[in-house]
Design a protein around this ligand. Structure first.
Ligand code: SF4
Ligand code: SF4
Length: 373
């Protein structure tokens, strides 16, 4: 999350919304604090705790931030096997509560049963829990890979864990429309996690509608655009105004937790100021904000376009020592393969200047890695 407006400022600047902009969302204005997460049946607070940024804190700080959110009323945490020390910290933070008071969601990237089994077992250990409330196939990238996971027994493995009671519900996260649509076709998928905020409103609403039709719960990840959207009030109020979804912002500071708790409890509609902010950000970011829809990929020359396009956000979310990991550093060097054929730019529905942006992303990463290497 970027620097937030303080609570005092927020309270001072309150003005009621221009409701004409909100026709679509009028049904949501009941300021419901909790909802049923689709057919999982889980009753969740509309805001949960996203487990990425706590990796950057020391252990004590991360536990303090997590517990502040839970004591403020949030009832679920979303983390992942691949979020470094996050699961471990979640496990330590929730120990003092009754297990049934906190819903624990995690994810795994294993694409074969053996790898996924190892990940689940380690997640259970790190989280210090007998069961995981929602286990998600992490980052399903496309229809083909999704099919492979069903053919090679990976999905069966989650059924096995579900039957044993170690996993209560099954979901998936995806970053591209194609993968998300493939995932929600599966009758056993109960929850979809997908990036959604006011910059990507149009494409997100389409998926939310498709998930709703199948009674699949929808978790809006990246409510702050991975750090690109700086106004918590506009971001959270926008998401709370969309029916049937929940969101899981990541928190690093107690003040951020308090501000989001305030916005959630207040349940106010978007204010005039919020509308102005949204319009300004849509104008300034709309021309270069990568939605991760994946239409541009794969690059025939192996350039990791999407990682490079979102490099600045990645760098804000992950600790600096993780930037040298192969999947990030390798994406950085892949830019050298770009022959500027323009194929990706032709395919991008938002006409983003990909060639220029991927070079900018690679340069930014190279500068950040200099002191490490
Ligand atoms: S560059 Fe364009 S096509 Fe590629 S993921 Fe981003 S928004 Fe989608
Ligand atoms: S312009 Fe570069 S990144 Fe885009 S498709 Fe061609 S080689 Fe790949």
């Amino acid at each position: 999350m970027q620097p937030l407006r303080t609570l005092e400022l927020l309270l001072k600047s309150e003005r009621l919304a221009n409701r004409s902009h909100l026709q679509y969302y009028s049904r949501a204005m009941s300021s419901t604090k909790t909802i049923r997460l689709g057919k999982s049946g889980l009753q969740v607070t509309r805001i949960g705790f996203g487990g990425i940024p706590i990796q950057r804190l020391n252990q004590q700080q991360s536990i303090r931030v997590l517990q502040r959110a839970l004591e403020g009323g949030l009832n679920w945490i979303d983390t992942a096997y691949d979020y470094g020390n996050s699961e471990d910290r979640v496990g330590k933070a929730i120990k003092k509560y009754s297990r049934s008071d906190v819903l624990v969601f995690t994810k795994g990237t294993g694409r074969d049963p053996k790898t996924l089994r190892e990940q689940i077992e380690l997640s259970l250990l790190r989280l210090q829990t007998e069961y995981i409330d929602l286990y998600q196939f992490h980052l399903v990238s496309d229809r083909e890979k999704w099919q492979t996971m069903q053919d090679n027994g990976t999905f069966d493995l989650l059924r096995e864990y579900r039957d044993k009671g170690k996993i209560r519900h099954i979901g998936a996260s995806a970053h591209t429309r194609e993968a998300a649509l493939a995932v929600i076709e599966h009758p056993e998928i109960e929850v979809l996690q997908y990036p959604f905020n006011f910059i990507v409103e149009e494409e997100g609403l389409e998926l939310i509608g498709a998930a709703r039709k199948r009674d699949i719960g929808f978790i809006a990840m990246k409510p702050f655009g991975g750090g690109a959207l700086e106004d918590a009030s506009a971001c959270i109020r926008f998401l709370l105004s969309v029916p049937d979804i929940v969101t899981d912002p990541g928190f690093e500071h107690i003040e951020e937790v308090d501000e989001v708790l305030y916005l959630w409890k207040e349940g106010a509609p978007l204010s005039t100021d919020n509308h102005r902010t949204i319009e300004r950000l849509r104008k300034s970011l709309g021309t270069r904000f990568c939605r991760r829809c994946g239409y541009c990929s794969p690059c025939p020359h192996g350039v990791q376009i999407i990682t490079l396009m979102t490099m600045e956000n990645l760098m804000q979310r992950f600790p600096v020592d993780r930037l040298s990991e192969e999947w990030i550093a390798g994406a950085g060097t892949s830019v050298e393969n770009c022959i500027e054929c323009g194929e990706c730019e032709e395919k991008c529905p938002y006409k983003l200047p990909i060639i220029e942006e991927i070079r900018r992303g690679a340069d930014t990463l190279a500068r950040a890695l200099q002191p490490i290497n």
